[in-house]
Design a protein around this ligand. Structure first.
Ligand code: SF4
Length: 381
């Protein structure tokens, strides 16, 4: 039996945290998609002083402090505000839904500042509506869930591309053009009951004019390890202790959270060796994605992460598995090779779909799942 999860239609922020089974979840949106070492160290301290010391990385390249109480929220915000990590008000915070490529030069950082200023002047948009600034040497954010993308065309021109459409519009004035595309989205019926995504509007055949430029060829999701400008490090399920973030704050000169739930340590010349960090792309735990699940999420129908840990070793390399505590699929909203969705009567198995898609098998016990995964292409699946 399955019960529909509650869809809130907005993302938690720092000023508007979300209640979870282990307290308030406070989401920090790093300004311009980066943290100074001092800011990272301050977040780590704040997580220990005002939360339960657990920090999640989100698929929108944000950091979430868990286990914050009603009484510790106010001093937490004061601490974070003193490090320039808090927006002036909830409306500004909710509009600042921007993912910036971690692989960038000074031009991209300037564009991020321009776009951030423009976001504060956007019309009222649905809570999940977001932007990606993907103007590094190659686009790398193509899997991120956003609505408007700023990219470069094959010949290096800046383009604005509505999510779901293969072509973008040449940019003349980034701030004005981004606002105009958001207004176009609203004016053309993209919003119903304060919800709506660009891809859904484009799928209905509603396309902005002058979208005639293809973006440059995109790279697949980068792997953990050393890269040209620094080190990319992962953690199981994108979750770490505050002590880990405090230790990472001493590597490199800037930390850039990524939508792959990894941190890019800019300027690091060697891989940090710290308990819980994943720097080997072959680590099996990278094959699994799992949301918070039970007991920390009140909507969860079952455990997710313990099950995902136990299943990771059964997965062949290249096989992705998403374990979701309910049909909402927070950890991986898109399709995955295999998805296990917890229900009130066990786990449903979905192939090449998302957590809410029609399952191939239903009501599976935890004990039955490993054998099924060993033969992922068996006809019974
Ligand atoms: S998908 Fe996971 S984290 Fe999201 S609501 Fe369901 S159980 Fe909670």
């Amino acid at each position: 039996m399955s019960v529909a999860p509650e869809i809130k239609g907005w993302c938690p922020g720092a000023l508007r945290p979300m209640q979870s089974g282990d307290g308030l979840v406070v989401r920090i949106r790093p300004p311009l998609g980066r943290l100074t070492p001092a800011q990272a160290a301050a977040i780590a301290r704040a997580a220990l002083n005002h939360g339960n010391g657990i920090i999640d990385l989100s698929a929108r390249a944000n950091l979430q402090l868990r286990g914050v109480s009603e009484s510790s929220h106010t001093p937490l915000i004061a601490d974070l505000r003193s490090h320039d990590l808090i927006d002036p008000d909830i409306e500004t915070e909710s509009l600042r839904n921007l993912i910036v490529t971690p692989f960038r030069d000074a031009t991209t950082t300037d564009l991020a500042a321009t776009l951030t200023a423009a976001l504060a002047r956007m019309p009222h948009l649905p809570g999940k509506f977001g932007f990606a600034l993907d103007t590094g040497p190659r686009p790398v954010l193509t899997e991120a869930s956003v609505d408007i993308r700023v990219e470069r065309s094959a010949d290096g021109r800046l383009i604005l591309r509505p999510e779901g459409h293969p072509l973008g519009k040449p940019v003349r004035d980034l701030a004005a053009d981004a606002i105009a595309m958001a207004e176009w989205f609203i004016a053309h019926g993209g919003v119903t009951n304060d919800r709506g995504r660009m891809a859904a509007l484009i799928a209905r055949g509603v396309i902005p004019e002058d979208c005639d430029s293809a973006p440059a060829y995109a790279l697949p999701q980068p792997e953990p390890g050393l890269h040209a400008d620094g080190a990319l490090v992962a953690m199981a399920f994108g979750q770490m202790r505050a002590e880990t973030l405090a230790a990472l704050a001493t590597f490199g000169h800037e930390i850039r959270p990524t939508p792959w739930r990894m941190l890019f340590l800019v300027g690091a010349k060697a891989l940090p060796d710290y308990p819980g960090l994943i720097t080997d792309p072959a680590d099996p735990i990278l094959r699994v994605t799992a949301c918070t699940g039970a007991p920390a999420c009140p909507q969860a129908r079952g455990d997710t992460r313990q099950l995902a840990w136990s299943l990771a070793l059964h997965l062949p390399r290249g096989q992705a598995l998403h374990v979701s505590g309910c049909a909402k699929g927070c950890a991986h909203p898109g399709p995955s090779g295999l998805t296990l969705t917890a229900t009130l009567s066990g786990y449903d198995l979905i192939r090449d779909g998302s957590a809410s898609d029609t399952p191939s098998l239903t009501g599976l016990s935890r004990q039955a799942i490993p054998d099924l995964l060993k033969a992922p292409h068996a006809p019974s699946l």
